[in-house]
Write a protein that binds this ligand. Sequence first.
Ligand code: NCD
Length: 323
Amino acid sequence: MGIFNFTHVLRSQQFDRWMLETFFDRVDAIKYDFLHARGDVRKRLSEMLMFAVFYEPSTRTRFSFEAGAHHLGMHVVSTENAEQFSSSIKGETLEHTIRTMCGYFPDVIVLRHKDDGAADRAAGVIDKYVVDKNRHKVSIINAGDGMNQHPTQALLDLYTIRRKMGKLDGLTVIVGGDLEHGRTVKSLVYLLAKFDNNRLIFVSPDEFRIGENIKEHLTEHGVEFREETELEKVLPDADVVYWTRIQKERMKDSKLVDSVRKYVIGSGEIGLFKESAILMHPMPIAGEIGREVDDDPHAVYFEQSQNGLFVRMTLLLELLSKK
Ligand code: NCD
């Protein structure tokens, strides 16, 4: 049975608790099959076509989507710097690019773009123009749109929390770093709010606080949260620490970056963690976690990024195998 009742993946709010739990069970099965049986899952989407259209830099998202698609037997066409290497540089609109690309019959377009709302615009083009009665509809997957959302990152983040903590309810989660410009935190917070009795602690410099709209969402959904500036004060309470980098490229005033130098997790901070607590990061890490932490048992960010492969393979299977 299909889990999702939608064609496009645009934002975290689309998922409900049942979908997430059922989806994660399937990711577990795919991960097991891939790592231990190395069998069934391969080639399940053969002859299907993925376009990966990335207007912003990416390592993990693009490679895990493309690798996952290849492992499933798909064909892949991609551009990693669409801002320069597509007709965008000549002045073409995203709408024209997407409408043109759909004429080449992809099954899915994975899109990363610098503008908030770009994935919605792309999906709007498909819903309006690309309804070919003899074929299925093309799916858009939002692989990050500006400072807005990164829903597939949130799926792999939440999946990693479930694997490591064994539950998704009743957790104290520190979400820290650049909470204003980062998109991964926003998507993750929407997902955590769908579970019971989670407590969120936002740790950021005053300049980069979490947005009012997120706080309103949490209040509406009865999720306990607070804001802190002193990391050491709250670290001993956390089950999960989700740390993020300062998004320099999204800032007008680069001097602000200096104000966040004190938000670095090194071995001293790790010493304050509960024994069972985990340190997560969407990566790339740009100095906000000390190198000495990489091999510490609390640090799970490499496992987290590898989970991206299994989560994205499962997502492609769920969206495309019913087509
Ligand atoms: C994130 C992104 O692109 O938003 N990277 C990723 O996909 N893992 C985080 C970041 O760039 O800081």
